[in-house]
Structures are given as structure tokens and as C-alpha cells.
Design a binder for this molecule. Structure first.
Ligand code: P1T
Length: 379
């Protein structure tokens, strides 16, 4: 099946009770049983809900996975993966990633005896060197948030597979339209559904996709036991969002490329972080494992002034100053004080995330208007 058809039909069938073409919002907490244990596959809505079932089917289809599970947020989905582990286990992860993931790892899970080792995963040899007998999971983000670093997923899978180490990829920045990590050898895909999959800045949600039935059973057990499930209304909104993912992503990529190239030519702009530049260190890998380069990018001003950056951040009109990304409308963000504030300053700076960095989530408005807005703000 071709992409466009897949996104429009994924997971959905006419509702069996009425024929409704859109999966209804089954706003219920429980299901009536004919006799104890005699039911229609639905017992209690933390464990199962038909709107969520349709969405989970759609999630699996769009990542070419056998199974998927929906969670109440992206961090709840990540939390479920780490709960597969036990005290003493070690996780190797990227030294550049979403600040909330770093906070979950360091502030919540370290105290339960799980160890997180942060390396520059763009050099796959750094992962090989960090592996020992305690290593149970490699957690990748590619492209990374916010520095747009690229890691070669199949090269990492070639290291983890023979050692029975799980490989999980946070595929939020790429979306399934641009990159399918399970096809590249990953065991688990995680998405902050809040972003491109939802697409309209109106839902907080996360999901996991996987091929192994054993892994699905373990993660389903965690999903229902810990209870971080999304409500049916949110599942409905995401089912609707997925139907236009391909159309939106094409526009995000087109606008992202135009803005990245325009910024690079601007005399007041310094480094622009975007993997579509041929001299980006991850360009060859991005070209190999992604279908296009997406709508996310970061940049610094040429004079690297934090005050100037703050002025630009407060001066745009179409780019709204806000956390989050992946919606149809453009956002501008200051990672150091907003999305990545939970990472200690010395750690941030060491890994290249400076106080002057500005991140853009390029929306699907007219690119000329977006460029005019940035041009006015940069001054
Ligand atoms: O916000 P939530 O749905 O819980 O997802 C967390 C998350 C996980 N992974 C990545 C790569 C993310 O970017 C996020 C959320 N990020 C933002 C809110 C942000 O503005 O970067």
C-alpha cells in the first residue's frame, strides 16, 4: 500500500455497531459482562478501549510494526520502556536529547538503581565502548532535540542485536513519514504523539511500537498496571491527525528546507543546525535512513549574544514563543530556559547546547510569510 493510502486508512474500519466511518469516541470506563468473564473483549477502560484499539492498530501500521501501545504522554511511553529494566541494569543514551527524557532518567530512575550512560551516539564506536554485561538498553534520539544530531540506526542495531541488548529509538522529530526505525533494526519505537502524529497542538500523548510479541506483552502489562493510558477523546483526535500526516510532513519539510537555507545566507546568523545541509556531519546517514529532513532546526546568531537571542525570541509574530513542536503552526523556543532547563548548565554547554541557541518548529504556513517574520525579528 502506498503512503497516502496507508495514513488515511490506518487502523480504522467502519464501526461494527453502526457503520460510522469514523471510529467513535467510546467515552466509557467499563463494559457490561453477560456473566463473570463473559464479555466482548473489553472489561475495564484502563486495560482496553475501542477508540484506543483503533489508534494502536494505526500506530503499528504507520511504523511497519506488528504491535503498538498508546500512552498518556511521550514521557509516559518512555517511562514504560525503562520499567522493563531492574536495579543494576545500564542504559546507554545520547548526550543530546529532550530535557524531559533526561530528567526522567536522572531524577526518577537513577534512584531505583538503573544507571544511564550518556555518550555521543553519532559515533557508534562510543556505544560499543560503553557496553558491558549490565547493558540492557540503548536509547537513541535521531535527529536529536535540539541539536539535530544524526545516529546511524542500522549500525547501532548491528551492535545491539548479537548481544541481546534492546534498541529503542525516539522517532518524534522524524515522524514515521520520514524514518521507520523498526525497518532499520530497532526493537522499540517511541513517539511523543503530541508532536507530528497529533499535528495540531491539541493533545498530549505518547506511543510505543514493537514487533516482538513477548515485548508487546511485557509493555502491555506495564501499560495496564501503571495506568498511564490516554483517554478516548485524545485517541480520536490523533486518529484524525494521522490521516493528514503525509500532507503535513511534505509541507513541513519544504518550509524547513527553505528557512534553513535562508537563515544560512543571512548575515546576522551564525551556525544553523539542520541535517539537510551537505556539510552537516550526519548528512550521509540522514540521507540514507530518512526520506527528507523535516521541519525542525536550530540556530545561533553570528555574535552569539544571549541578549540578542532573547530579543529575537520575543519579537516574532507568526512564530509563537512556546514549548512543543510538530503542529501546523510555527513555534520558536529557547531550549536552555524552556524545554531543556532540567539539564544542568555545565552538561548542556559541554554537549553544545548553549544559552544563545534558538530552536524553530517550522509549521506549514506560507514560507514567504515565515521568512518575513524571522527577517523582521532578526532585524
Ligand atoms: O511531551 P511529551 O508528549 O510527554 O513527550 C516528551 C518528548 C519526548 N521526546 C522528544 C524528542 C520530545 O521532543 C518530547 C517533548 N518535547 C517538547 C515538549 C519540546 O518542546 O521539545
Amino acid at each position: 500500500m502506498k503512503e497516502a493510502t496507508k495514513y488515511i486508512h490506518a487502523g480504522t474500519e467502519p464501526d461494527p455497531s453502526t457503520g460510522a466511518i469514523m471510529t467513535p469516541i467510546y467515552q466509557t470506563s467499563t463494559y457490561v459482562q453477560a456473566a463473570p468473564g463473559k464479555h466482548k473483549g473489553y472489561e475495564y477502560a484502563r486495560s482496553q478501549n475501542p477508540t484506543r484499539t483503533a489508534l494502536e492498530r494505526a500506530f503499528a501500521e504507520i511504523e511497519n510494526a506488528n504491535y503498538a501501545l498508546a500512552f498518556s504522554s511521550g514521557v509516559a511511553a518512555t517511562d514504560a520502556v525503562i520499567k522493563l529494566l531492574a536495579p543494576g541494569d545500564e542504559v546507554i543514551c545520547a548526550n543530546d536529547m529532550y530535557g524531559g527524557t533526561y530528567r526522567l532518567f536522572t531524577k526518577v530512575f537513577e534512584k531505583f538503581g538503573i544507571k544511564f550512560i550518556y555518550v555521543d551516539t553519532t559515533k557508534v564506536s562510543n556505544i560499543s565502548k560503553a557496553i558491558n554485561n549490565q547493558t540492557k538498553l540503548v536509547w537513541l534520539e535521531t535527529p536529536t532535540n535540539p541539536l539535530m544530531n544524526i545516529t546511524d540506526i542500522s549500525a547501532v542495531a548491528a551492535i545491539t542485536k548479537p548481544k541481546d541488548i534492546l534498541l529503542a529509538v525516539d522517532n518524534t522529530f522524524a515522524s514515521p513519514y520520514l524514518q521507520n526505525p523498526i525497518d532499520l533494526g530497532a526493537d522499540i519505537i517511541m513517539h511523543s504523539v503530541t508532536k507530528y502524529l497529533g499535528g495540531h497542538s491539541d493533545v498530549i500523548q505518547g506511543c510505543l511500537m514493537m514487533n516482538s510479541p513477548e515485548l508487546r506483552d511485557k509493555l502491555y502489562f506495564i501499560q495496564k498496571s501503571c495506568g498511564a493510558v490516554p483517554g478516548p477523546m485524545d485517541c480520536f483526535l490523533v486518529l484524525r491527525g494521522i490521516k493528514t500526516l503525509h500532507v503535513r510532513m511534505k509541507a513541513h519539510c519544504e518550509n524547513g528546507a527553505k528557512i534553513a537555507q535562508w537563515l544560512r545566507r543571512h548575515p546576522k546568523i551564525g551556525k544553523v543546525y539542520w541535517p539537510g545541509f551537505e556539510d552537516h556531519p550526519g548528512y550521509a546517514v540522514a540521507k540514507k535512513q530518512m526520506r527528507d529532513f523535516g521541519g525542525m532546526l536550530s540556530f545561533v546568531l553570528k555574535n552569539d549574544s544571549v541578549e540578542e537571542a532573547m530579543r529575537v525570541l520575543s519579537s516574532t509574530k507568526l512564530f509563537s514563543l512556546a514549548e512543543s513542536l510538530g503542529g501546523v503552526e510555527s513555534l520558536i523556543n529557547h531550549p536552555a530556559s524552556m524545554t531543556h532547563a532540567s539539564i544542568p548548565k555545565e552538561e548542556r554547554i559541554k554537549n553544545g547546547l548553549t544559552d544563545s541557541l534558538i530552536r524553530l518548529s517550522v509549521g506549514i504556513e506560507d514560507a514567504d510569510d515565515l521568512i518575513e517574520d524571522l527577517n523582521r525579528a532578526i532585524g
